[in-house]
Design a protein around this ligand. Structure first.
Ligand SMILES: Cc1ncc(COP(=O)(O)O)c(C=O)c1O
Ligand SMILES: [Zn+2]
Length: 475
């Protein structure tokens, strides 16, 4: 590193609050090495200085409209403590973004970069996004729907859930803001994504999960060698602890102090569906709800495409899915309340077990204003939903997906989805991570001797038995 660059780095260090602690480091070389690891951009955005290539402007309070610089901040701390959301220069987007410029971009979420809150032209691209939108035939027929599509984020990269989208955005922004350690409070999938993408980006990582998660979620985090804190408590307790750590440690928590950036990543689930439907919006979507962020951001994605002229305006109904054992938003919807009463989660669907949902109130409003519904299903319906999707479409989803499919089925049975509507069901995670949930519902393989006679005998027996009784076939 040249002296000139070192001097520049020193100036930048002094100009930013995040690096203020680094300035105190006696060994400047160590500091510079740290910064190199974090690949801090020339003018870190938390200085409030303009960054070239940025189409986003400010953070705006969703409640009172107060504006803030685009820093690591998630609540309206000057006025009302409402949540902050990124606002963009939509005039600029309207002038510069076309269907062609998007299609000429990478085959990942970054084809929509002008709609995402990062300034760099070199984001962390681990191939996240552009997952299949599958036209359903067998599930559709089973349910009596004519135009059903499945958005399959169970095969998202790199960790097989939609969380790869939000984390790709959050960690790209974290680097721009100068963070060298990233973190999250997770129900499982977010920990997988944060650990994997931090590894790829060369960021230090410490993630927090409830201690009772499925083995696949735990191992699927540990493999990337983060520091993993398994907290003896539920997600809401983990989240509260993390808010305290965020205040004391100065780390970038993707879903706390970086939440305004993180949540924007979910808009790409709206953008992709619109693009994959031939630049059209569907009539109805069904998505799972935990904090409610994903659901509300799909809506924001559709609205932005309308606003800049990429798709025609039309009403889209938003329906949401929760597990009965953790359904604070569905309960409020059912009871016609306009507030969310927090609950203590108790469900097999651990990935969506958030008892005190940060965006619950916005999800509730959205379902009502779009003439959608929020429904909940029991754990056994969730398992049935997982099996139904697997048996009809060859897609093995996790418990969140089982919840969504089961709610889709329930809404059809209740006459709340019109068979002719173009309906998109969002499958957000992969079943290999939650094997425990279905272990006792899938039967066993037929164990046979390596002999033709043994095979024939087993085949004969298996034809006369229900699948779940196969294990009784002892040859
Ligand atoms: C697989 C899966 N689907 C859906 C969600 C819901 O996300 P949100 O908190 O944005 O509502 C989660 C949250 O962790 C998840 O892991
Ligand atoms: Zn406010």
């Amino acid at each position: 590193m040249t002296t000139q660059t070192t001097e520049k780095t020193r100036t930048d260090l002094q100009a930013t609050d995040v690096q203020a602690t680094d300035v105190q480091a006696t060994d400047l070389q160590t500091t510079v090495a740290k910064l190199e690891k974090a690949q801090v951009i020339e003018k870190p955005a938390n200085t409030g200085e303009a960054t070239t290539g940025a189409t986003f402007e400010k953070l705006t309070c969703k409640e009172c409209g107060t504006e803030y610089d685009a820093k690591a901040l998630h609540v309206c701390e000057d006025v009302c403590f409402g949540p902050l959301e990124v606002s963009y220069d939509y005039e600029l987007l309207r002038r510069t973004v076309t269907r062609e410029t998007i299609q000429a971009g990478p085959n990942s979420i970054w084809r929509y970069r002008p709609f995402l809150p990062v300034a760099t032209d070199n984001p962390i691209d681990v191939g996240t996004g552009m997952t299949p939108l599958v036209k359903s035939h067998r599930l559709a027929r089973r349910l009596g729907l004519k135009n059903l599509y499945i958005k399959n984020d169970g095969v998202n990269m790199p960790t097989l859930s939609f969380k790869d989208r939000v984390v790709s955005v959050a960690l790209t922004r974290a680097k721009e803001l100068g963070f060298t350690t990233v973190s999250c409070a997770s129900t499982g999938n977010l920990a997988n994504s944060t650990a994997a993408i931090a590894a790829k980006a060369g960021l230090d990582c410490c993630v927090f999960i409830p201690s009772d998660l499925e083995a696949g979620k735990v191992l699927g985090t540990l493999i990337y060698s983060p520091t993993l804190m398994a907290v003896k408590g539920n997600y809401d307790q983990v989240n509260r602890l993390c808010s305290e750590v965020a205040n004391t440690h100065g780390w970038g928590f993707v879903n706390i102090n970086l939440r305004p950036y993180y949540s924007e990543g979910s808009k790409t689930l709206g953008f992709e569906v619109a693009e994959q439907l031939g630049w059209k919006l569907p009539d109805h979507i069904v998505a799972p709800l935990a904090s409610g962020s994903l659901y509300t951001k799909i809506y924001k994605g559709f609205q932005e495409f309308i606003k800049v002229g990429l798709v025609e305006d039309k009403p889209v109904r938003f329906s949401g899915a929760q597990a009965e054992g953790c359904s604070p938003i569905a309960q409020a919807f059912r009871e016609g309340r306009d507030f969310i009463a927090p609950v203590k989660p108790n469900t097999v669907a651990k990935s969506i077990a958030i008892g005190n949902p940060a965006d619950g109130i916005y999800a509730l409003e959205l379902a009502r204003k779009t003439n959608g519904n929020i429904e909940s299903v029991t754990d056994s319906e969730i398992i049935e939903g997982i099996k139904l999707l697997a048996e009809t479409e060859g897609i093995f989803t996790e418990t969140a997906g089982g919840t969504t499919v089961a709610v889709l089925k329930k809404l059809v049975e209740e006459g709340k989805i019109d068979p002719d509507e173009t309906t998109v069901v969002y499958i957000t995670g992969n079943g290999l991570k939650t094997q425990e949930a279905v272990q006792s519902d899938v039967g066993q393989p037929l164990t046979i001797e390596p002999k033709l006679s043994s095979f024939e005998q087993a085949l004969e027996r298996s034809r006369t038995l229900e699948r779940l009784e196969w294990q009784q076939v002892l040859v």
